[in-house]
Design a protein around this ligand. Structure first.
Ligand SMILES: *Cc1c(COP(=O)(O)O)cnc(C)c1O
Length: 389
């Protein structure tokens, strides 16, 4: 585990926004809800003039994430999807985009539907298939989207290697880092041009904000995207920024506990008689294990598994869980369970979904930070019931 220095991250996360208030010495950064800001005089602007364009609370949160990702410009957007949409502003009709076949369902839906309307050209590819990826890159894409680990099957791509190949053909690389957060992976340090997050997940971490953030390696690209974010009006609210900045402070500490629990859950599920397969990069026999060790500071706390007995067994499992909540989303302190085919990935057409390996018996869990004994007891009970006639 080499990439991130979790201790420095812990300090930067906790210190984000602390002691920045110049007026009253507020230790915690105040929340600025004002939509507009006065001019000092005729044509004499202050740092902020209108909150769509810039807001002090949002600016602090954006800078905090930019620092953690070691990038230049951070842009806070209203949702994770609006961060993805923001990247699309860089594209023209002649441009080609390459996306992974198993990316987040919402990203898949956005790119395929915009491409259908002719806004750009699109290739959907299995990025673990070296030939398919090389063929796609030979067509000189403008943008390549990466998501590692992928949702929901936790497939890994070597960000550094793929980025090198993309840069050779002049493509920009944007990485969805939602599943790990900057506490575990920093794609810009691996060469990527853009990293983005749904802050709804680990960064805020308390399932009470929907938001997004995007960070660029280069200042110029960041300024271009910030211009577009203001132009199309997708910047995040001051209140959400305040909450997400508060959540961020405990991100590294939460992640440690999430990971510790996930490791034990994975070990419990492996070889369990009610389970066909477990997808967890921490296993030595996981195809992405070595890549994870190289580019991540930990294996994360997301995992998925195939339940024996198909969708009927999945239904019984869900009906018999009390601690795990059946819900979309992930990365909050509470444990969540999800059925990708009918929930997060319902926006994908069935053929594409099955092609990506998302079967009807697949279940994804976001391991929370509750006591591990309670988490395991709940799963043990649910799985036992799932196999009963
Ligand atoms: C949730 C999620 C998104 C979309 O973010 P929203 O905040 O829901 O708009 C994008 N990518 C990944 C991997 C996600 O989990």
């Amino acid at each position: 585990m080499s990439n991130a220095n979790i201790n420095n991250i812990t300090t930067s996360a906790v210190r984000a926004g602390i002691n920045t208030d110049k007026h009253h010495g507020a230790v915690v950064a105040p929340i600025h809800l004002s939509s507009t800001y006065s001019l000092k005089g005729f044509n004499e602007k202050r740092e902020f003039d209108y909150s769509r364009t810039g807001n002090p609370t949002r600016a602090l949160f954006a800078q905090a994430i930019a620092d953690l990702e070691q990038g230049s410009v951070g842009i806070v957007t209203s949702t994770g999807m609006s961060s993805v949409h923001l990247i699309c502003q860089l594209l023209s009709v002649e441009d080609l985009v390459v996306i992974p076949h198993d990316c987040y369902g919402g990203s898949f839906r956005l790119f395929t539907h915009l491409a259908k309307r002719g806004l750009f050209k699109l290739i959907v590819v299995d990025q673990n298939d070296q030939n398919a990826l090389a063929q796609a890159l030979a067509q000189k894409p403008k943008l390549v989207l990466l998501e590692s680990p992928s949702n929901p099957l936790l497939r890994l791509v070597d960000i550094e290697e793929v980025t090198k190949a993309c840069h050779k053909v002049g493509a920009l690389v944007a990485v969805d880092n939602t599943f790990l957060s900057p506490a575990l992976q920093q794609p810009l340090t691996l060469g990527a041009d853009i990293v983005f997050h749904s802050t709804t997940k680990y960064i805020n971490g308390h399932s009470d904000v929907v938001g997004g953030v995007l960070v660029t390696k280069e200042q110029e690209l960041g300024e271009e995207l910030a211009w577009w974010a203001n132009c199309i009006g997708i910047t995040g609210s001051a209140f959400d920024s305040f909450l997400a900045l508060r959540g961020l402070k405990t991100l590294p500490v939460r992640i440690k506990q999430h990971q510790k629990n996930a490791e034990q859950v994975a070990a419990f599920l492996k070889g369990h008689p009610a389970i066909d397969a477990v997808y967890y990069p921490g296993f030595e026999d996981h195809p992405g294990h070595d890549i994870a060790k190289k580019q991540q500071a930990g294996f994360g706390a997301m995992l998925s598994f195939d339940v024996k007995g198909g969708v009927e067994a999945v239904k019984k499992l869900f009906a018999n869980l009390t601690l795990f909540t059946l819900a979309q989303s992930l990365g909050g302190v509470e444990s969540l369970i999800n059925h990708p085919p009918t929930m997060t990935h319902a926006g994908m057409e069935e053929a594409a979904r099955l092609e990506a390996g998302i079967t009807d018996s697949l279940v994804r869990i976001s391991v929370g930070i509750e006591d591990i004994a309670d988490i395991l007891a709940d799963l043990a009970h649910g799985l036992e019931q799932s196999q009963k006639a």
